[in-house]
Design a binder for this molecule. Structure first.
Ligand code: PRP
Ligand code: ADE
Length: 179
């Protein structure tokens, strides 16, 4: 069941206090990738949500770097493509960029100008929502390309940082919540 899958997933997330800096509890999803049952549980849960909510999806957009681990497998379930939103300076050709702040730093992300066509229905995916800085920068980039953002997906949401509020009106779907 979906609840069993969520429990399996929760058991596969580790925490590391004071990484990468003092006061941060780092939520490590690497054991999810190491266990094929946990990994498919994550993809199953995302797929179930999307099938229930959206009759048509054109593209999945993944965030550098941990969104890349989940997005392509999810896109395959729908027979649709995956596009990369990367940290600055990694993508060739014409790009657009947005700078943002995150739970433990500042950064800039970009997308290739031809990655998304105007009006395409896009779902964005990442491993974790903290302050929402990264996800909201991704929404800005996709909106500049005139994408229709259906939803933002994350395995983990750190509720106390209120990232989902920053993303309004875009729906956020989370598999696991932490304070
Ligand atoms: C982490 C995480 C999210 C982001 C969330 O990525 O994977 O992308 O931070 O934080 P925010 O909601 O406060 O923006 P990070 O920038 O550490 O990059 P990485 O995936 O390359 O490790
Ligand atoms: N990205 C931002 N905050 C994080 C956290 N606490 N754990 C893992 N990834 C993160």
């Amino acid at each position: 069941s979906l609840l069993d899958k969520q429990a399996l997933l929760r058991g596969s997330v580790r925490e590391f206090p004071d990484f990468p800096s003092p006061g941060i509890i780092f939520r490590d999803i690497t054991p999810v990738l190491r266990d094929p049952a946990a990994f498919s549980a994550a993809i199953d849960l995302f797929e179930a949500y999307l099938r229930e909510k959206f009759p048509k999806i054109d593209l999945i957009a993944g965030l550098d770097s941990r969104g890349f681990l989940f997005g392509p497998s999810l896109a395959q379930r729908f027979g649709i493509g995956f596009v990369l939103i990367r940290k600055k300076g990694k993508l060739p050709g014409p790009t657009e960029s947005v700078s943002y702040s995150l739970e433990y730093g500042k950064a800039e992300i970009e997308i290739q100008t031809d990655a998304v066509d105007p009006g395409q229905k896009v779902v964005i995916i990442d491993d974790l929502l903290a302050t929402g800085g990264t996800m909201s920068a991704a929404c800005q980039l996709l909106q500049r390309r005139q994408a229709d953002i259906l939803a933002c997906l994350v395995l983990i949401e750190l509720k106390s940082l209120k990232g989902a509020e920053k993303l309004k009106p875009h729906p956020v779907h989370t598999l696991l919540e932490y304070d």
